[in-house]
Design a protein around this ligand. Structure first.
Ligand SMILES: O=CN(O)C[C@@H](CC1CCCC1)C(=O)N1NCCC[C@H]1C(=O)Nc1ccccn1
Ligand code: NI
Length: 187
């Protein structure tokens, strides 16, 4: 089971490395990693279990955050009324590729955080508002999904990790909350 002690923190250089492609069929190690990362998100989003294991609740976790430089991340975006049985987007995304970005930009009004960044870094994290994401699931099956708003933001945050990018790399440090043109802001 992944615990907070297993999560690598900035400025650990592993967070700045380019991850390697995952081969199929998945090795036993990669199967366990995929399951453990999704389990972290599920446990962390259960208030009782989250407290019991001293976790920070998360909606995404990328392999480099647990010290594995592979193109794999788990995403579990709860639906608005927090029904655990109907998440907005739940997937282990392997060898993900953003094959289209909307011209329209989007950012979360309150900025972003990261389980691997222990300090708060305020500012708008400018991203595409909508993306077309291609990924392989644990069986190697290819999926192509179109995401917008929060699920799109979360996947972009995770895919960034796989390429050694952290959320604050996107903040305009000279004017942290300056909107970019007609950027969509949402909380
Ligand atoms: O790379 C992956 N990470 O670093 C975990 C991050 C990923 C999200 C940050 C912004 C977009 C993706 C994460 O989840 N958080 N960031 C730090 C603390 C809060 C936490 C969070 O947003 N929790 C949450 C939100 C809604 C419901 C339940 N929990
Ligand atoms: Ni992160």
């Amino acid at each position: 089971m992944i615990l907070m002690k297993d999560i690598v923190r900035d400025p650990n250089p592993v967070l700045r490395k380019q991850s390697k492609r995952v081969q199929f069929p998945l090795s036993k190690k990669d199967q366990k990693l995929a399951k453990d990362m999704m389990q972290y998100l599920e446990v962390s989003q259960d208030p009782k279990l989250c407290k019991r294991y001293g976790l920070r609740a998360g909606v995404g976790l990328a392999a480099p955050q647990v010290n594995v430089s592979e193109l794999m991340a788990a995403v579990l975006v709860p639906d608005d009324n927090d029904d655990p049985h109907h998440p907005q987007f739940k997937a282990v995304i392997i060898n993900p590729l953003i094959i289209a970005n909307s011209v329209q930009r989007g950012a979360m009004t309150e900025g972003e955080g990261c389980l691997s960044v222990d300090k708060d870094i305020p500012g708008l994290v400018h991203r595409a508002d909508r993306i077309t994401l291609q990924y392989q699931d644990m069986t190697g099956k290819k999926h192509i999904v179109r995401l917008k708003n929060y699920p799109a933001i979360v996947c972009q945050h995770e895919i960034d990790h796989l390429h050694g990018t952290l959320f604050y790399d996107h903040i305009n440090m000279k004017d942290r909350f300056a909107k970019q043109g007609d950027e969509v802001l949402f909380s």
